[in-house]
Ligand binder design. Structure first.
Ligand code: BTN
Length: 245
């Protein structure tokens, strides 16, 4: 990954640029990185705070040999990789389903996966990754200060962004290879080990519904299984709130 690197001082969103490049024929592994984004996007239409030169904002073009129904697995692959890169940097990161990377309950990295597909074939997947590397508390808007953190905040010293970017791409490449060669099973096991969701009491908002229960497991498709008093709910997409530890 990253043999072809498209670097920009400023973009609206690295994922928007990566999608354009993918439509123009960019190859598997091409990476778009920017020092800042003016319209950084999070999941579910949210904004991703992108202060210049402090954090990491990049998007990777993938051309996996997968049916569209399995493309979501790549989201979990990416969260694993970023979690590992953070752990190598000495940050005790874990993953909240599906792909939020947290430290001490605060978000340190987010992943946004988008794809173009026909019914039986994926054209491309763009995995957008934002990691809070050197953001300071004051870089986050007041309402996020209790919910967000960065490598520098956790480690009490600035982190070398370029080295950290290389560690993220190396980890991502490693887990993408495991997934391509061995399928989802090893990803599922590694994800479970790093999960901060499983075993916890959760409140899930999905399709306008609220589901409260215990997060029991993820299934062979990466869906979250939540045990409620009535049944086990299978959740394919949604927002998870962790309730008491
Ligand atoms: C989330 O947790 O909601 C996902 C956040 C993803 C943010 C990254 S930053 C690089 C890439 N470009 C974007 O506009 N979004 C992703």
């Amino acid at each position: 990954l990253g043999q072809v690197l498209h670097t920009y001082e400023e973009l609206g969103s690295t994922s928007d640029r990566a999608k354009e490049l993918a439509d123009e024929g960019a190859a598997h592994g091409e990476v778009v990185v920017a020092e800042t984004q003016t319209a950084g996007r999070g999941r579910r239409g949210r904004t991703w705070i992108s202060p210049p030169r402090r954090n990491l904002y990049f998007s990777v073009v993938l051309r996996p040999d997968l049916p569209p129904a399995r493309a979501a697995e790549l989201t979990l692959v990416a969260s694993l990789a970023i979690c590992d890169a953070l752990r190598q940097a000495g940050v005790d990161a874990g993953i909240k389903w599906p792909n939020d990377v947290l430290v001490g309950g605060k978000k340190i990295a987010g992943i946004l996966t988008e794809l173009a597909a026909e019914p039986d074939r994926v054209h491309w997947v763009v995995v957008g990754v934002g990691v809070n590397v050197n953001a300071r508390v004051e870089d986050f808007p007041a309402e996020l200060r209790e919910e967000a953190t960065s490598v520098a905040i956790e480690r009490h010293e600035p982190a070398p962004r370029a080295l950290f970017a290389a560690a993220c791409l190396t980890a991502l490449e490693g887990w993408i290879d495991v997934h391509a060669e061995q399928g989802f099973a090893p990803i599922r096991n590694a994800w479970r080990e790093r999960s901060v969701t499983l075993g916890r009491q959760v409140l899930v908002r999905s399709d306008g519904r609220e589901i409260a229960g215990v997060a029991e497991d993820i299934d062979e498709q990466g869906a979250l299984l939540v045990r409620t008093p009535e049944r086990v709910e299978r959740i394919l997409a949604g927002d998870v709130h962790l309730l008491r530890p």
